[in-house]
Structures are given as structure tokens and as C-alpha cells.
Ligand binder design. Structure first.
Ligand code: AMP
Length: 564
């Protein structure tokens, strides 16, 4: 008897109602043990809120509008009922459950239906994903309607969460790895390693169920299954990167393009995007260049693809994204928007995983195997001035900044750590007004050394905080600043002194983020005072509008990854 989807939904309900990690992994492990081998991957994927395995390029492609229309048909409830339930629960899945519970009609119909099972739900999700092309919309809707009509309230709740990708039960991939280790009595480290190599914990779980530890230990990279990407943290400047990475590091140009992971097996090459979707068809010339240059039979390489103009200079990424999205008539587009590949890493070569090899060694192996494909421009240095000049060269050539890579670091899939740091040049500094300050600790005890920085709302004249910093001023300046601020203090709240908005400081920063912390809903990252603007009064400070504009400009840039 196949496992009922109801059991899976009930498990998710229990997980959602506890915050205890141990309980979550125990409940999940117990459930996994009851599954038949062929049910393991589908169940694990669904529990994590995915219709299919992580690397699978298939998508359900169901808009929220379509889904709500179907939910209304299935339950007979109006839009208002959903809106109200959503207001009460704040969650689309829970709102669905509540509306399903309220509609009697639904319950009567359900008595006549047979119960949904895990394999059957997977089959239906596949059918929905496979319905593409002209006339597919109605067919898709019919399939979803059929699926939801058979669902009980709690089943509908989790189906909707899978459709919308909004599972959010608190059971993330790391906990799932623990549950798999527990269920199939395999060491956690073995599960984690296998998951890193295969890129999908559902498949790892299925192998663990059938073959236990031995089967998992033998897992290596599989060509044409993308490996999770190693990601970078941000460093304020080259000095910080040098310090963080032990005084000496490798700086590479940070190209303003799109990450690709390239898999080659014999004469076949496939290319995966940053989101690990297969973009081979959109980038035929990259496939060709790899086939022509990489002599190794099997390889997994990483690099950045940038769009260039006729002279070979980088052009904005909007152009590049048009290439990534294009699947038809690629040739014409390839002529209009030429692209170039710069390689920066190698993860696997002819049967050997290289991810534990140190960066410098991987880079050398990459160089030996790249043929005429350029590697990212790189220097290895311990000299700050040399690094500064290299950064300037990168910017002058139209690139985004630098990456700093720790010399002896392995490639760690799926982690955003300090072994890779990105350095983007500082944005134009802002002139901000100090509206409050806090006393420092330790050596700075008794000094007002931590400052709240505000921009001026040109319409209301109000000052709104957009950041906070204790960086940039010398000790002497802090002493001076303390005096100035005390003279304009209006109230004290604990350690914080609120002051009149009078003192203007010039502030450098690396990025503006959306943040609930301040009323302005924006926050500067890595803010530091570069000088005190004795020459400016608060009326001359940067406006909130200007901060918002800078924020949006960066956002337009970052949007490129969404387009992918
Ligand atoms: P970010 O997307 O801002 O987190 O920056 C990291 C991204 O920079 C990577 O995912 C790559 O797409 C891109 N990148 C550009 N040049 C390099 C490089 N030399 N090494 C690694 N990543 C690079």
C-alpha cells in the first residue's frame, strides 16, 4: 500500500507546530523509515517544499492568480473568504486549509474520492510540469483542479505550499540531512558529503535507504548534475580582505556577468546557471569553445560569462540576460550579443574530485586544461598598494571590483564563507546628520563613539536614520565629537543620547540594504565616517530621496540574477 499523502501533510503539520530541532529531525526520521524506496526522494523533495529534485529543470509554472482561481472553483468560496483567511493566518497554505474546512460542499465531494498517495501526487506534479506549449494553460488548470479536488484541507494546505514554493516549516536542508542520517543509520558527515556531491538530499536519502553507508560513500560527482556553488561574503576593501585571509591572498577581477558551471563528458557539454538550471541551449558558443579547448575527457569547470561589444569590452548585463533567457533563434542573438567566458575554478577532472585541493593548485590545474580559454585576471599579493592598483585597473576596464580568494582554501559547495570575499568599490559617499549616539565600551567607555546617521526627508524636513557606525574617527576626533554632541543633547535613553540634528559627517559605505531596523527601511552596510563636515549644516545633508535612488540603482543591477 503506497504511503498516503495525508501522512506527509500531517508530518508537516507537526513540524510546523514545534520549534525543537531534535523533535523535527526525530519526527521526520520516523516518517522516512516507513517509506518504500521509490517514495523516498519524492517525499523528501515535497517535505522541503519542492515538487522535484533540486537540480531538475522542470517547473510547475503556475501563477498565484491561476491558483487562486482554481481554489475558488474547487471550494466554491469567493475571493473575500480567501482574503479574510489570509488576513487571519498570514500564510497562503493555512488560509487554504481554513477555507477548505469551511466549505461543506468540499467535504461531501471528498467522501466519493479515493485518497491521494505520495507517488500519485508526484505523478500529477510531473504531468502539470510537462504540460507546456500552446493550449497548455487549460490542461494545466484541469490537472491542478483534479488534484486539489481530491485533497483534504490539510493536504490542500501543503499542496498549495508546494505550488507556491512557500513551505517555510522550519525544516531546512541541514535538518533534513540529520533526519536522513538518523532514519537510515548513516553518519551525518557521510550524508552531508554525498549531498554536496549529488546536489540533492532527496536522492541521497533514496540511496541511503537502499544501500546504507557503503552506497553513500561511493558517491562522487555526477556529470550533468550541477554541484552547489561556493559563494562569497563581502569585504569593505582590499585591506580587510588581506587581513581576513592571512596577509596574503589571490585577487581576481570580479566580472560583471553571470556565473556558469560547465560539465563536460566526452563530446558533450552542458552549462548550468547560478540557479543551477540548464542554460546550454542559450549559450551554444560557450559549449563549442569548451569542446574545442578542454582536452580532458570529463570535467566540471566554473567561470563567468560576460556580454561584450565588437571591441571586446564588457557591456551591461541586461544584454547578457537576454541571452540567458533565449532558447529559440539563438543564432541571431549570439551575433547581436556576443559573450565571452572567463574560467576561475575546476571541481572535477577525469574521475578525480578536486574540491578538497587548495585554491592555488586548482587554479594551476585549471590553467593547464583550459586551452585558449582565458582565466580570470589574477594576482597573488600581500601588498595593499598593489592590490589597490589592481582594483583600480579592474574598475577602469569596466569590471565590478575584485574577488579575494584564500590561497589554501578548498572549494566548499553551497557555502557563503570568508574564503571568498568580494570587494566592490565604494559608492559615492553621503553627507549624513548625526541624530543620536551611544557610549562606547572598553577603551571608548565614556565617549560617545557609536553614531546614528540620518538623511533629510526633503518633503517633511524630518531626519530619518539610515545607518549606524562606530568606524572612521580617530580617538581625538571622538573626544571632540563627544563634546559637540553633549552640547546639543536633548534626551537620554539608557546608553543612548538623542541630539539635535546639527552635525554633518561624510559617510562611505559599500551597499544600501532593505532593513526593518529603521523607519526609513534602508540601512547602509559597512558605513564609516570619512570626515566631519564642519562646513555643512543639516539643511545641506543628503536627502532620503538620494539614498533611495542609490538603493534602487543597485537593485536594478542585482535584479539580473532574478531574471536568470
Ligand atoms: P555576488 O553575486 O555579488 O555574491 O558575487 C559573487 C559572484 O561574482 C559569483 O557568483 C560570480 O558570478 C561572480 N564572479 C565574477 N568574477 C568572479 C571571479 N573571478 N571569481 C568568482 N566569482 C566571480
Amino acid at each position: 500500500m503506497p504511503t498516503l499523502f495525508k501522512s506527509l501533510a500531517e508530518l508537516l503539520e507537526k513540524i510546523e507546530n514545534t520549534r525543537k530541532r531534535l523533535e523535527i529531525t526525530a519526527l521526520t526520521a520516523d516518517f522516512l523509515k516507513t517509506l518504500a524506496p521509490e517514495e523516498v526522494e519524492p517525499a523528501v523533495s515535497m517535505i522541503l517544499g519542492r515538487p522535484f529534485t533540486k537540480w531538475n529543470p522542470k517547473t510547475l509554472d503556475v501563477s498565484w492568480t491561476t491558483l487562486t482561481a482554481i481554489l475558488q472553483t474547487v471550494t466554491g468560496a469567493g475571493w473575500n473568504a480567501f482574503a479574510e483567511a489570509f488576513r487571519d493566518t498570514g500564510d497562503i497554505g493555512s488560509a487554504t486549509k481554513s477555507v477548505f474546512e469551511q466549505t461543506k460542499l468540499k467535504k461531501q465531494a471528498q467522501l466519493l474520492e479515493k485518497e491521494l498517495t505520495v507517488p500519485e501526487v508526484r505523478r500529477m506534479l510531473e504531468a502539470i510540469a510537462e504540460t507546456t506549449g500552446s493550449g497548455s494553460r487549460e490542461k494545466k488548470e484541469r490537472l491542478i483542479t483534479a488534484l486539489l479536488s481530491q485533497a483534504s484541507p490539510v493536504e490542500a494546505k501543503y499542496l498549495v505550499k508546494i505550488f507556491t514554493g512557500e513551505m517555510r516549516t522550519g525544516l531546512h536542508e541541514g535538518l533534513m540531512e540529520q533526519a536522513v542520517a538518523k532514519a537510515f543509520e548513516v553518519p551525518l558527515a557521510t550524508v552531508q558529503k554525498a549531498s554536496m556531491a549529488m546536489g540533492d538530499i532527496g536522492e541521497v536519502a533514496a540511496i541511503a535507504k537502499e544501500g546504507g553507508k557503503d552506497a553513500l560513500t561511493n558517491i562522487s560527482f555526477r556529470l550533468f548534475r550541477p554541484v552547489k556553488l561556493m559563494l562569497a561574503q563581502t569585504a569593505a576593501d582590499v585591506a580587510e580582505a588581506l587581513e581576513e585571509q592571512g596577509g596574503k591572498t589571490a585577487f581576481e577581477y570580479k566580472y560583471d556577468g553571470a556565473r556558469v558551471q560547465i560539465h563536460k563528458q566526452g563530446g558533450e557539454v552542458r552549462i548550468f546557471s547560478r540557479r543551477l538550471t540548464d542554460v546550454t541551449q542559450s549559450l551554444p558558443e560557450i559549449g563549442e569553445v569548451v569542446k574545442a579547448n578542454v582536452k580532458a575527457t570529463d570535467a566540471i569547470l566554473e567561470g563567468e560569462v560576460i556580454a561584450v561589444d565588437a571591441a571586446g569590452s564588457p557591456v551591461p548585463f541586461q544584454h547578457l540576460m537576454r541571452r540567458f533567457k533565449r532558447v529559440h533563434e539563438v543564432t541571431g542573438m549570439a551575433e547581436k550579443i556576443p559573450v565571452r567566458l572567463f574560467l576561475f575554478d575546476v571541481l572535477y577532472l577525469d574521475g578525480k574530485s578536486l574540491i578538497t585541493a587548495p585554491y592555488l593548485q586548482r587554479r594551476q590545474i585549471l590553467g593547464e586544461n583550459a586551452g585558449d580559454i582565458p582565466l580570470t585576471t589574477q594576482i597573488v599579493t600581500d601588498d595593499r598598494d598593489e592590490a589597490e592598483r589592481f582594483l583600480q585597473r579592474a574598475i577602469d576596464a569596466g569590471h565590478e571590483g575584485l574577488m579575494a580568494k584564500k590561497l589554501n582554501s578548498p572549494y566548499t559547495p553551497g557555502t557563503r564563507g570568508k574564503r571568498w570575499l568580494k570587494i566592490k568599490p565604494v559608492l559615492e559617499p553621503l553627507d549624513l546628520v548625526i541624530v543620536a549616539a551611544e557610549y562606547g565600551h572598553g577603551r571608548r567607555h565614556g565617549w560617545l563613539s557609536d553614531y546614528y546617521l540620518a538623511a533629510r526627508d526633503a518633503e517633511t524636513g524630518e531626519f530619518q536614520t539610515v545607518g549606524k557606525t562606530f568606524k572612521g574617527l580617530t580617538d581625538a576626533e571622538i573626544v571632540e565629537m563627544t563634546k559637540l554632541l553633549k552640547a546639543i543633547a536633548v534626551s537620554e535613553e539608557g546608553n543612548r543620547v538623542i541630539v539635535l540634528p546639527k552635525i554633518v559627517v561624510e559617510v562611505a559605505y559599500n551597499e544600501i540594504q532593505k532593513s526593518p531596523k529603521y523607519h526609513s527601511r534602508m540601512a547602509l552596510r559597512f558605513a564609516r565616517i570619512t570626515r566631519i563636515r564642519y562646513d555643512k549644516d543639516a539643511e545641506g545633508a543628503s536627502t532620503l530621496e538620494r539614498v533611495r535612488m542609490t538603493y534602487e540603482q543597485q537593485f536594478a543591477k542585482k535584479g539580473r540574477y532574478k531574471a536568470e
